[in-house]
Design a protein around this ligand. Structure first.
Ligand SMILES: [Zn+2]
Ligand SMILES: [Zn+2]
Length: 209
C-alpha cells in the first residue's frame, strides 16, 4: 500500500484509518509519523513488506506516532525491529538492514501543531488535564482529525528534515541461555545479567544493591 509516488489523499486517509483503529483515535501525531514513514520508504526505495528490511530507532517514548511505525512500517516491539529510547526528541531513524542505507528524520524546530488549529490549541490544556467537558472533548477530537488531514497535505519541508547516511548493521544473534539471578532466584537471559563480585543478578536486582 506504500511506495507509489502519487498516492492520493483518499488512500493516505485509508492507510491512516487502519492505524487509528489500532491506536484508538485519529490524531496529528499519527499523521505526522505517517509522513515520516512515507518519506523514509521513498528515500530507502522500499515498497512492499517494509518490516522485513527495516529497523527503526525512535528517540521519544511519548509519541502517538510509534503506532504508525508499527502498522505502516512493520517495525514492531514483537518483531524486535523497533527500538524506543526515551530521549524526548522527535527523531526517527529507519535503517534498511539489507543495504545499510539509513535515514534520520527530525521534526522541524519551528513545528507547532497549535499553529494549524488555534481552537484545538485552546482545548489541548483542559483535554489533557481531564477537565474538559464532553462537548469540548469531542470538539477536540474532531479538530485533531482535521489537523491530521492538513498534515497529510503539507509540504515535507515544513514538517521535518531528512538526513541520509549509511551504516553497518550488526547481525543480531538470539541468546537463549538463561541463568538464575542470585538475589530473586528468577531466570533471566544470560546477556541481560549484571555481574557483581562475579555473581549474576537480573537488572532490577542489580539496581537494589
Ligand atoms: Zn494519538
Ligand atoms: Zn533478580
Amino acid at each position: 500500500m506504500i511506495g507509489q509516488n502519487d498516492m492520493d489523499a483518499n488512500s493516505q486517509m485509508k492507510d491512516l484509518s487502519v492505524v487509528a483503529d489500532f491506536h484508538g483515535h485519529l490524531c496529528a501525531g499519527l499523521a505526522f509519523t505517517y509522513r515520516i514513514v512515507r518519506a523514509a520508504l521513498r528515500e530507502l526505495e522500499i515498497s512492499d513488506d517494509p518490516g522485513k528490511r527495516l529497523i527503526a530507532v525512535v528517540e521519544t517514548a511519548d509519541a502517538c506516532g510509534i503506532d504508525t511505525l508499527q502498522i505502516v512500517a512493520g517495525c514492531t516491539m514483537g518483531r524486535g525491529n523497533l527500538n524506543v529510547h526515551d530521549y524526548g526528541k522527535h527523531a526517527y531513524t529507519l535503517i534498511d538492514k539489507t543495504t545499510g542505507k539509513a535515514v534520520r528524520i527530525v521534526r522541524r524546530k519551528d513545528w507547532d501543531i497549535d499553529k494549524i488549529d488555534p481552537i484545538a490549541a485552546r482545548l489541548r490544556g483542559p483535554v489533557f488535564a481531564g477537565t474538559a467537558t464532553a462537548d469540548e472533548r469531542s470538539l477536540f477530537d474532531l479538530r485533531m482529525e482535521n489537523a491530521a488531514s492538513v498534515i497529510l497535505s503539507m509540504p515535507e519541508e515544513s514538517l521535518f528534515t531528512i538526513h541520509s547516511f549509511s551504516t553497518k548493521v550488526p547481525k543480531k544473534t538470539k541468546v537463549f541461555a538463561q541463568v538464575e539471578c542470585i538475589r530473586c532466584s528468577e531466570m533471566v537471559a544470560e546477556n541481560r545479567t549484571v555481574h557483581v563480585n562475579g555473581q549474576p543478578y537480573c537488572i532490577p536486582c542489580s539496581r537494589k544493591l
